[in-house]
Structures are given as C-alpha cells and as structure tokens.
Design a protein around this ligand. Structure first.
Ligand code: AMP
Length: 215
C-alpha cells in the first residue's frame, strides 16, 4: 500500500498516519519530522532548512526532493509507505512521479484531509508535542498530566515554534497557494479521496480498508 496524506497544517495528518502505520506496518515518512530531526542534530540539511521552518515557509524543493528520494530507496519502503507532508508543491509531485517510475511503483491513493482555516487555528494554537516520542497533546482537549512532561515517555512537551498564530496564518496561505493545486493534480489521476478531518482519528485507515476490501 502506497499512500499520500495531503491537508493543511493541523489537519491531523500525523494522527491519521499513526493508525495506518499500526495496522499496515508500512513506513511512515513525515518530511516535517525528518527535517526537525536534522535541525536537532545540526546536520547540513538541518542548518539549511531551519530558517525556512522557523518562518513557516517551505524548504526549497531541491533539498526536499533529494531527502525523500533517499528515504524511499530504504529497504523498509519496499512493501509500501505513507507520505505525510510530501509532496507540497507541484514540482515535488512531479519529482515523486519520476522517483516512483524509476522504482516501477505507483501510488494507491491520495487522502485529502479537509478542514477550515478557523479550525486549524483553533487546533494548532493549543497543540503541544513531545520532543522525544512525538506524542501530540492539546491544552484544551488532551492536556498532559504534569506540565511540560510527556505522559507516555517522560520527555519534554513543548509548543512547536511554528505553532505561533502569525506563523500558522502564513503556513495556511502557503498551503492554499502552493499545496492546494495538488488536489486537482491527483484528482485528474483518479487517486484523490476526500476525508473530513474533523471526523474520527482513523477515518483514513477506514477508507483504505474499504478500498482494499473492494479490491
Ligand atoms: P510539518 O510538520 O509537515 O507541518 O512541516 C513543518 C515544516 O517543515 C513546514 O512548515 C516546512 O517548513 C517544512 N516542510 C515539511 N515538509 C515539507 C515539504 N514537503 N516541502 C517543503 N517544506 C517542508
């Protein structure tokens, strides 16, 4: 199973991905997570990406495409993968098509998580994440038991720098300008599946299961 998750920041791509990964056991490739790890480790890629990420802007296509190309060549992607946060521009989508063609692979589905800008703002300004295990919390709907400490692994729970309101607005604008054109791109390829992002956390998994049982 090879799947792409598309949706604005805060649509719940990471949450939906977790349930898909748990059931299908496929590689979960979150470009945002890979970049954040590179920033934490001060790699060359991390140093190049940091200023874009802090400003809520997209990291240049060349850097991202190379990074994803290397990741998709890893052995754990052979039996399927889930792309979360990539592609985000038409250039990235075209580059992905080329990479897949070279590997003689095709995508099975592109799930679009639909949500309003207002709901995204509401969710992200109250989002907190664990810097160790990546668990996602919310100060209103799912607070940690002890302030700043992950309930699961004891790691440090923080608000991401790019979850600041003005940066969220800028990320939303970039989504509408640069990522939304991909909706048409994948609709034309008959791969697009629309999912209500305010519905259950396993809505995409259910859709994939239904697709599988329909052959
Ligand atoms: P995310 O965790 O997916 O919201 O990504 C966090 C940040 O990483 C984004 O705001 C971008 O700066 C950068 N990023 C992640 N994925 C991509 C991508 N496919 N293309 C460009 N920048 C990306």
């Amino acid at each position: 199973m090879r799947i792409i998750l598309i949706g604005p920041p805060g649509a719940g791509k990471g949450t939906q991905a977790a349930s898909i990964k748990a059931e299908y056991g496929i590689a979960h490739i979150s470009t945002g997570d890979i970049l954040r790890e590179n920033v934490r480790n001060s790699t060359k890629l991390g140093l190049s990406a940091k200023s874009y990420m802090d400003a809520g802007k997209l990291v240049p296509d060349g850097l991202i495409i190379e990074m994803v190309g290397e990741r998709l060549a890893a052995p754990d992607c052979k039996d399927g993968f889930l792309l979360d946060g990539f592609p985000r521009t038409p250039q990235q989508a075209e580059a992905l098509d080329m990479i897949l063609q070279k590997m003689s692979m095709v995508m099975n589905a592109v799930a679009l998580l639909e949500i309003s800008d207002e709901e995204v703002l509401r969710r992200l300004t109250s989002r907190r994440v664990c810097t160790s295990c990546g668990e996602i919390y919310n100060v209103i709907t799912r607070p940690v038991k002890t302030e700043g400490v992950c309930d699961i692994c004891g790691g440090k729970v923080i608000r991401r720098d790019d979850d600041d309101e003005s940066i969220i607005r800028s990320r939303l604008n970039i989504y509408h300008e640069q990522t939304a054109p991909l909706i048409q791109y994948y609709d034309k390829k008959q791969l697009l599946k629309r999912v209500d992002a305010t519905g259950p956390k396993d809505a995409v998994l259910k859709l994939l299961n239904a697709m599988r049982s329909n052959g």
